[in-house]
Design a protein around this ligand. Structure first.
Ligand code: PRP
Length: 213
C-alpha cells in the first residue's frame, strides 16, 4: 500500500467540496461518483490514490495512526480531537463559527460568570474556552447531536456548537451569545507519511494550494 496516497474524507458536505477542489488540482476518483455504491474504499489506479469516507471525528484518528496519509476535516474537529497530525492547509470552505449560544436571558449568566451548565458535542473546546480563556468554572455535558435541545429541555443553560447560517438557532429561539473562533476545512497529514512520501505529498499540497480561491 506504500505506492498509494490514502486520503480520508469527511462524510457529508465537506466530501463534495473536497473532491471538487482535488479535481481542480488534477486528482480524480470516478469510483467515488458511482451512486448507491456500498463500497468503502475508492481507488484511482492510474494516479495511485485511495479515498475513503469517515465520520468527521474519526478522520484525525485515521491520519494519526497512518491508516490515511492525508485527511480533510473541519478545524472544529481538529481542535476537539487534538491528534498528533500536521495541519498543512486551510482550504477555505466549510466556513462556520464556533459559538456559545443560548436563550437571550443566558447572556446575564455569562456576564456574571455564574456556574452554568454547558451542553456540547465539543467538550474539550468548551473546557478550553471557559476554563482557560474565560476563567469561568462550568459544568460540561457531552451530547452527540441536536445540541440545541439542551437549553430548550433545560438540560443546560448554553451550548457550544457550530453556527453556519444561524437558522437552527433562530428556529429554536436561541441566539449567539459569544464567539469562540472561526472554523473552516483543513488538510491534515500523517507525520510519518510526510517524511516517507515527501515528494508526492508536498506536490499535492502545492497543487491544491494553487487552486484555492
Ligand atoms: C450542525 C450544528 C448545528 C447546525 C448549525 O448540526 O450542530 O445544529 O449544524 O447550522 P446552521 O447555523 O446553518 O443552522 P448538524 O447538521 O451537523 O447535525 P447534528 O445536530 O446532528 O450534529
Amino acid at each position: 500500500m506504500n505506492d498509494y496516497i490514502t486520503i480520508a474524507l469527511t462524510k457529508g458536505r465537506l466530501a463534495g467540496s473536497t473532491m471538487q477542489l482535488l479535481e481542480r488540482a488534477g486528482y480524480h476518483c470516478d469510483e467515488l461518483k458511482e451512486k448507491g455504491s456500498r463500497k468503502l474504499i475508492f481507488v484511482n489506479e492510474e494516479q495511485k490514490l485511495r479515498f475513503f469516507l469517515a465520520k468527521g471525528p474519526d478522520v484525525p484518528t485515521y491520519v494519526e495512526y497512518g491508516a490515511a496519509d492525508i485527511g480533510v476535516v473541519g478545524s472544529d474537529i481538529i481542535m476537539e480531537e487534538n491528534r498528533r497530525v500536521y495541519e498543512v492547509l486551510d482550504l477555505g470552505f466549510g466556513k462556520c463559527r464556533m459559538c456559545v449560544c443560548g436563550p437571550a436571558r443566558a447572556g446575564e449568566l455569562l456576564r456574571h460568570h455564574e456556574m452554568i451548565r454547558v451542553t456540547s458535542k465539543y467538550p474539550n473546546i468548551a473546557r478550553e474556552y471557559f476554563y482557560n480563556r474565560k476563567h469561568q468554572t462550568v459544568d460540561i455535558i457531552k451530547l452527540n447531536g441536536s445540541v440545541e435541545l439542551g437549553p430548550i429541555v433545560e438540560l443546560g443553560d448554553v451550548i457550544v456548537d457550530i453556527v453556519e447560517t444561524g437558522s437552527t438557532l433562530r428556529e429554536n429561539g436561541l441566539e449567539v451569545l459569544e464567539e469562540v473562533c472561526p472554523i473552516s476545512a483543513r488538510m491534515i497529514v500523517n507525520q510519518v507519511s510526510m517524511q516517507m512520501k515527501t515528494r508526492r505529498i508536498r506536490e499535492m499540497i502545492a497543487n491544491v494550494r494553487d487552486c484555492l480561491e
